[in-house]
Unconditional design. Structure first.
Length: 112
């Protein structure tokens, strides 16, 4: 990831800013997860929506839980497949075999 940053002196005008590029370096790890079941719903369509919400919640935190602090979700490489069950309490769904890519910043240095 590359970001452009301007460094300016408080006493100088914007035209006197120095332009540098910020280039971060990352470690990456991939995971395959099955999310938790979403809350029960009366119908399958509602249960699928709740399952998707549970997957989004799980996917945001699973990298940190699996690899420790400093890790975050980079991307969802494969969204997996919806798995739903009907029980006496109604329907509930989860996402199975989703592939996630996790990242950790290892270098915050500045370069040109």
């Amino acid at each position: 990831m590359k970001k452009t940053v301007l460094f300016c002196s408080a006493l100088l005008t914007v035209s006197a800013c120095q332009k540098e590029s910020y280039v971060a370096t990352y470690n990456y790890n991939d995971l395959t997860i099955t999310s938790s079941y979403g809350r029960f719903a009366k119908d399958n369509a509602s249960a699928q929506k709740k399952g998707q919400l549970e997957f989004k919640s799980d996917s945001r935190s699973v990298c940190r839980k699996e690899f420790g602090g400093g890790w975050s979700l980079s991307e969802i490489k494969n969204p997996g497949e919806m798995n739903c069950e009907e029980t006496s309490d109604g329907y509930h769904c989860r996402i199975k075999d989703a592939q996630l890519s996790c990242k950790q910043v290892i270098d915050k240095g500045f370069g040109n």
